[in-house]
Design a protein around this ligand. Structure first.
Ligand code: CA
Length: 715
């Protein structure tokens, strides 16, 4: 493909003119200081464990525990911490079952711990090959386990579903759930019902077809599989519903995978015996390439309801028909029974990436209501039938210029779990405010899709930032995050906590009138659940993205959270990750707090190092320009757009490897660091193209040095 650097004026145009009119309002909203109390404390039966991913089948992430409460949370202190393996982002929800804590860390490590002391009872390493890292869009992270009948279940990053004896930490069975010749990975937590373990997978940025499968929890045998997109129309469809859905696709879509991967959220309703599955974006993103710009492309970006016993289709609701913007509906889904217009409705709630908060009838998928919880430009609203009114100006695939769309592909809300307080009736949403310049990749070759590159049909180079600190500053200023307390019945925000940057942690709410959330800026925070007033904070020494949990043992309540900066935002978004003065780095730990806890974290060393200058190195500006497009396709997904590292994966601008052709080629072509996750790209890239990549990174080093930029290190 061809590429030319966007000059400063181009970016100013992009930033100021192409912004679509927002139907959201970013200005400060009126904030009532108290929310209506929906249920008295006495009616809530206390549970002292955290035995399921979302604490209950309804995935509320609400605890009835109230020993730690808004009156005494100021006395909360660190009780214990342990270091976790895998410095690439910690996203897990720990479980506490029958007096034992179980959790996971990056690279699918599993731990059993004494929940009072943090003492390790056992550790299980599934030994995932580091060479699989390149198949994942967003790092070898893991979001947690399922527990049933003395066994733990984990979806390992390399696609295996593994059952472990909870007492001994020994393998019970394992089964490969994916075609390992394709770019499938697993990061989400399994769910369990009626003796079956449910698991999906990811890979829609790399040309795979999504599905969710059920395995016998005792034997590991597959019981059913439901594909989330139709297959090749010339062959029989595996699931009968796809004889219908195939009519919503055009062209040779099956050759490119289709996507709709179920990489995170599920929920199970025992009364309806329905398994709800959130599906991801299409593959590739660009509808012109994927489906000739036609049709809804079922079931991309949808909530699916399946019969949990058979895996057969029951209903679906598509949040973003045809989805061209990576607006996955894999975000956390919460089940609740809400009073709406005088009627108790069994609902399912979701705030998918597309920026709208949905309330649906979970018995049949009927639309009840939706409002945008962040500014939105891709749609003008949702019509009475629950279909978005799409803004034609957001269809970048029909245009010859980049189009700035809100939310960005990072979403108004990503995987970070929400929480629904049964006490306040509010849903607490970890929201992001970001935009992205989508640009149709005119040279995408449908017959030769790239194998180890982010395979989007979108040219991401325009997002890689110009040589202009003022524009970078302006874009950073528009990149924010907040915690939104959302009334799902009235569909409006009750209060918000504004953060400087996006990518803050998942949420826990408790009957102690508290909401807990970690932040990208490196704090674990507690807020008053009805007012949003900050009541407590703890410096975690690293960005926090995982959701906290709580449990009570021997009459004492604890709060636990994994900390460790990571995920797609710090990996890919380059300069945007340098949020205010926080400069998050990865330090991977599990922390537990209790009232009057007295443990201390070790002192940290400085995290900023001055950028080295490479003035003496031979450098060719023409080659640097030529290397930019390959950099953005092959490298930016991990090392950051514009070669700006985000505190997780090495910042290449600072790497000694860029100083010589031979050293750079040994890593990038031959793969000498494959055992650490950096595979070689010999098959994909010629020596000339790899040398051009090196010059591009040298160019970025020179620019960074010229503006006094610094790089972060976790050591
Ligand atoms: Ca995606």
């Amino acid at each position: 493909m061809t590429f030319s650097f966007l000059s400063r004026p181009t970016w100013v145009v992009l930033f100021s003119v192409l912004t679509l009119s927002a139907c959201g309002n970013e200005s400060t909203k009126a904030v009532p200081k108290t929310a209506k109390i929906k249920q008295s404390e006495a009616t809530l039966t206390q549970n002292t464990d955290w035995a399921k991913h979302g604490n209950s089948d309804f995935e509320e992430r609400f605890s009835t525990l109230n020993q730690i409460n808004s009156a005494n949370v100021g006395d909360l202190g660190l009780s214990w911490y342990i270091d976790l393996l895998g410095d690439s982002g910690q996203e897990a929800t720990p479980l506490v079952v029958n007096g034992v804590m179980y959790t996971t860390s990056a690279w699918s490590h599993v731990y059993a711990l004494n929940p009072i002391t943090g003492e390790q009872l056992w550790h299980f390493d599934p030994k995932v090959s580091k060479t699989v890292a390149v198949k994942g869009c967003c790092g070898p992270v893991n979001r947690g386990l399922a527990y049933s009948d003395g066994k733990l279940f984990i979806g390992a990053f390399d696609g295996r579903l593994i059952a472990i004896n909870a007492k001994t930490g020994k393998l019970v069975w394992e089964t490969q759930t994916v075609d390992t010749t394709q770019n499938y990975t697993i990061t989400g937590a399994p769910r369990i019902a009626n003796g079956k373990v449910f698991i999906g997978n990811g890979g829609a940025e790399f040309g795979v077809r999504g599905y969710v499968s059920a395995y016998d929890q005792d034997t590991g045998e597959m019981r059913w599989r439901f594909y989330t997109t139709p297959g090749d129309p010339s062959k029989p469809q595996e699931n009968p519903i796809h004889n219908e859905t195939v009519k919503t696709w055009s062209g040779e879509f099956w050759k490119l995978g289709g996507g709709a991967t179920a990489w995170d959220s599920m929920a199970y309703d025992p009364e309806l015996n329905l398994l709800f599955v959130g599906t991801g974006n299409s593959s590739p993103w660009n509808p012109r390439i994927r489906t000739q710009g036609k049709g809804d492309n079922l079931f991309v970006s949808s909530i699916l309801a399946l019969n949990a016993d058979t895996g057969s289709y029951v209903w679906h609701y598509q949040t973003t028909p045809q989805d061209g913007w990576d607006y996955t509906a894999t975000q956390h889904m919460i089940l609740a029974d809400l009073d709406i217009k005088g009627e108790t409705r069994k609902v399912i709630m979701q705030a998918p990436k597309n920026g709208f908060f949905y309330v649906l009838d979970r018995t049949n998928g009927n639309y009840i209501s939706a409002e945008n919880y962040v500014p939105v430009t891709w749609a003008e609203g949702i019509d009475d039938n629950g279909r978005p009114i799409i803004n034609p100006a957001a269809k970048y695939w029909e245009q010859d210029k980049p189009v700035l769309v809100t939310p960005a592909w990072t979403g108004g809300h990503n995987w970070h779990p929400m929480s629904y307080s049964k006490k306040t009736g509010l849903v607490y949403i970890p929201a992001h405010e970001m935009s992205f310049p989508y640009f149709d990749d005119k040279e995408f070759d449908i017959n030769n899709p790239l194998s180890l590159a982010v395979n989007l049909g979108v040219d991401v180079a325009p997002a890689s930032f110009p040589d202009n600190p003022e524009v970078i500053k302006a874009i950073k200023a528009g990149t924010k995050g907040h915690l939104s307390a959302w009334d799902p019945v009235a569909q409006k925000e009750v209060w918000r906590v504004q953060y400087d940057g996006p990518w803050n942690g998942g949420v826990l709410s408790t009957a102690g009138d508290l909401v807990f959330q970690g932040s990208a800026a490196g704090f674990v925070n507690a807020y008053n659940a009805t007012s949003g007033e900050k009541l407590w904070e703890f410096p975690a020494q690293t960005g926090v993205v995982a959701p906290p949990i709580t449990y009570q043992i021997n009459g004492e309540q604890y709060i636990t959270v994994s900390v460790g900066w990571g995920g797609i935002f710090p990996r890919m978004t380059g300069p945007m990750t340098q949020i205010s003065n926080s400069d998050p780095v990865n330090r991977s730990r599990l922390m537990t707090f209790k009232l009057n806890g007295k443990a201390r974290l070790p002192e940290t060393q400085g995290t900023l190092r001055a950028m080295q200058t490479l003035d003496e190195i031979e450098f060719d500006a023409t080659m640097a320009k030529a290397g930019h497009a390959d950099y953005e396709r092959y490298c930016a997904g991990c090392h950051g757009t514009g070669a700006v590292g985000g505190g997780v994966v090495p910042d290449l601008r600072y790497s000694a490897a860029i100083t010589t052709s031979a050293g750079f080629s040994a890593i990038v072509s031959d793969g000498v660091l494959a055992s650490r996750g950096m595979v070689g790209f010999k098959k994909e890239l010629s020596p000339e193209r790899i040398e051009a990549l090196r010059h591009f990174v040298i160019d970025r080093n020179k620019f960074a040095h010229s503006i006094g930029d610094t790089q972060r290190t976790s050591r």
